[in-house]
Ligand binder design. Structure first.
Ligand SMILES: [Mg+2]
Length: 232
């Protein structure tokens, strides 16, 4: 152990920190792209569609966090928002694809590199928890399908508490649920705003996990989960 002292509770983000959202999502999108013959309908190949989808999906999530759109809109319009950019507009088909996407993608089992190794290591020294901005029904499935559920004491899902990271109140709630206080907590996540700025603002320590260090961020960073061993 080293780096951070006095820590007892390690809180992880889930998507793209432990569970490989990017890879699990891409697998299902590729299946659906083929099954619904989207190459012909959108007149593009999967890679072009996928790049565009990721941009539009990120925009929609950002609007959701800013409370400009609700969960219903996010779910029911995200595919058609992209399809329209390719001159294809079929709302009913968009709903069918959405339904399949939501049903299949949480069952993905791909975890980030060294996820289980680091959880095994940290579990010996700390209480482990999750704080995730996501929907209850899918986040639970992801944890079970990928086999990591048993590592965590508290799994705090934003939707259940009507609070999303970076709101300071979700970090205070996390302290209460774990029966601890801020100086004993550290947050690990891939998102500089919701995970890192949120935790720091709440008086926690935080470790950013991303393959490349963001030039605008000078705090604690790891590019592989295994590097957490030098900090914790
Ligand atoms: Mg994340």
């Amino acid at each position: 152990m080293g780096g951070l002292t006095n820590k007892q509770h390690v809180f992880f983000d889930l998507d793209d920190t432990l569970w490989d959202f990017e890879k699990n999502s891409e697998r299902v999108l590729r299946q659906l792209f083929d099954e619904f013959l989207l190459a012909q309908k959108l007149n593009c190949d999967f890679e072009v569609f996928h790049q565009r989808y990721k941009i539009e999906n990120k925009n929609l999530w950002s609007q959701y966090y800013q409370k400009k759109i609700d969960k219903h809109f996010l779910r029911n319009h995200r595919f058609n928002t992209v399809f329209k950019l390719f001159g294809h507009d079929d709302y009913e088909e968009n709903l069918l694809i959405t339904e399949q996407y939501l049903k299949r993608s949480p069952n993905g089992t791909v975890l980030k590199d060294n996820c289980v190794v680091i959880l095994d290591y940290l579990k010996q020294h700390y209480h482990l928890h999750i704080i995730t901005n996501g929907f209850k029904e899918v986040q639970d499935i992801k944890l079970k399908a990928s086999g990591i559920q048993s590592y965590f004491n508290q799994v705090i899902i934003s939707e259940e508490h009507n609070l999303t990271k970076p709101d300071e109140r979700i970090f205070r709630l996390a302290e209460n649920l774990a029966s601890t206080s801020k100086q004993h907590c550290v947050m690990i996540g891939d998102n500089l705003e919701s995970d890192i700025a949120g935790a720091l603002n709440a008086g926690w320590d935080a470790i950013h996990y991303s393959e490349q260090r963001d030039p605008n961020y000078s705090g604690l960073h790891v590019s592989n989960l295994l590097e957490l061993k030098s900090l914790l």
